[in-house]
Design a binder for this molecule. Structure first.
Ligand SMILES: [Zn+2]
Length: 63
């Protein structure tokens, strides 16, 4: 084994554990290739709505 440890670290960082079958799979995978578990993705609009609510709350407190 003469693999670059930094390369190995990079590779392992790009993995995530499936909560359903506990297997290491691609971090970018949206569906587990082993048990086809569907990873819940956070839609961008939900983050936007949350930020707006926080902003509204801050303004409401300030006024
Ligand atoms: Zn799985």
């Amino acid at each position: 084994m003469d693999q670059d440890p930094y390369f190995y670290m990079f590779v392992t960082m790009e993995k995530k554990e499936c909560p359903s079958c506990a297997m290491e799979i691609e971090a970018s995978a949206k569906v587990c290739p082993i048990c086809s578990y569907d990873f819940p993705a956070t839609p961008k609009w939900q983050i936007g709505v949350a930020l707006l609510l926080i902003l509204a709350l801050i303004l409401w407190i300030a006024l």
